[in-house]
Structure formats: C-alpha cells, structure tokens
Design a binder for this molecule. Structure first.
Ligand code: HEM
Ligand code: HEM
Length: 161
C-alpha cells in the first residue's frame, strides 16, 4: 500500500459519510429485534418503533461504502499514522480495529436479516455496541489531538492533500 502526504477528497468524503450513516443506524435500531422476530414468523416486520427497511438499507450502504473505501485506499494510499513509536502503533491498530468492525457489523446484520439466521443476531448487536465505543474513543482522541496536543491530525481528515 502506498503512502501519501494526506487523505484524498474521496477518502475524506467517505470517512464522514460512513461515520454519519453508522451513527444514524445505531440510533435508528430500537425495535429491529422485534421486526426480525416478526419476519421469521412470516408476519410484517414493520412495527411502531421502526421501519426495518431503513435500518437494513442504510446498513447495506455502509457496507458498500466501506468496500469502496478499501478500493480507494488501495489505489491512492494513506498518510502514515500520526505520531511516533508506540503512539503510531496504537493509531495503526486502532484504525484496523475500526475497519474490522465497520465490515463485520453490517455483514453480520445482512447475514441475520437476509439469511433469516438467529444465531448471528446477538453478535451483530454486540459488535455494533463495540463499534460505537471504539469510534467514540477514536473521536475523543481526535479532539485531544486538536485541542490539547494542538497538532494537525483533525485537519488531515478535513482538507484534502
Ligand atoms: C453500520 C451498520 C449497522 C449498525 C450500527 C447497526 C446497529 C444495530 C443495533 C445497535 C441493533 C440492536 C437493536 C436492538 O435490538 O435494540 C441492531 C439490530 C439489528 N440489525 Fe443492525 N446495524 C447495522 C447494519 C445492519 C444491516 C446491514 C442489517 C441487515 C441487512 C441489519 C439488521 C439488523 C437486524 C436484523 C437486527 C435485529 C437483531 C436481533 O434480533 O437482535 N443491521 N443493529
Ligand atoms: C462511526 C464513526 C467513525 C468511524 C467508523 C471512523 C473511522 C476511521 C478510520 C477507519 C480511520 C483511518 C483512516 C485510514 O487511515 O484509512 C479514521 C481516521 C480519522 N478519523 Fe475517524 N471515524 C469515525 C468518526 C470520527 C470522528 C467523529 C472524528 C473527529 C472528531 C474522526 C476523526 C478522524 C481523523 C482526524 C482521522 C485521521 C487520523 C490520521 O490522520 O491518522 N473520526 N477514522
């Protein structure tokens, strides 16, 4: 994988649109368990809490955009993780963990929903919670860089280079 000075405009657009859609789907998920049970029993999955099609298709969009992001990343490369030594190592593995969860969460949702498989339902919800915790830590670290360390890490994800 190549290395460059900053993220491209496409990478920045993908980062923020994926983050927004993940947050939306996390907040718009109450009632999905009930919707899934109803669809397994052959009834209508729509219930007063949720229109499951919205959760399902926003989630599928996340999966497609993450795969697109890998393609863009492979073609245009990424800047080296910020910092040095152990910090750089931590950023590198933190981002890998985020990517793994960004694929696993919607993929497990799709296996559950389209496959009608109950066994993956809880893991989907559990990993969605893990994703929000890791992404929350990630956002907190980004803000720490900006307001405490006063470096340009956030600017890297705002301005294309
Ligand atoms: C980034 C994407 C996603 C996030 C953050 C997310 C988040 C969540 C959360 C937090 C729940 C638990 C809701 C609750 O029971 O209170 C849930 C449930 C569920 N989601 Fe997703 N989801 C995503 C993508 C998907 C996709 C792509 C599908 C299907 C194609 C899907 C299908 C389901 C189903 C079927 C359940 C119910 C599981 C159960 O029976 O407990 N999700 N999701
Ligand atoms: C669900 C929410 C989010 C997810 C899944 C996510 C995911 C990621 C991933 C995987 C990377 C690594 C990019 C790469 O090198 O290929 C990244 C970079 C970055 N993210 Fe996020 N992010 C989220 C939200 C946020 C938020 C809210 C902020 C700011 C407050 C933020 C700030 C950054 C910054 C500054 C970088 C660049 C780090 C660097 O240059 O080394 N992210 N994000």
């Amino acid at each position: 994988m190549g290395e460059r000075e900053g993220y491209s405009g496409a990478q920045i657009a993908l980062h923020w649109s994926i983050a927004g859609l993940i947050l939306f789907n996390y907040l718009y998920s109450d009632g999905m368990g009930r919707a899934f049970d109803a669809s397994l029993e052959g009834g209508s999955p729509v219930n007063p809490e949720i229109n499951p099609s919205i959760h399902v298709w926003v989630g599928v969009a996340v999966l497609v955009l993450v795969l697109l992001r890998f393609l863009v990343r492979a073609r245009s490369g990424v800047p080296a993780a910020a910092g040095a030594g152990a910090m750089r190592h931590a950023a590198h593995w933190g981002h890998r963990l985020l990517y793994a969860l960004m694929v696993l969460v919607p993929a497990l949702g799709a296996v559950t929903w389209f496959g009608g498989i109950e066994a993956t339902a809880d893991l989907h919800s559990l990993l969605a919670n893990a994703l929000m915790i890791v992404a929350g830590g990630h956002a907190a670290i980004a803000l720490f860089h900006h307001f405490v360390l006063r470096d340009r890490v956030i600017v890297r994800m705002l301005r294309a280079r």
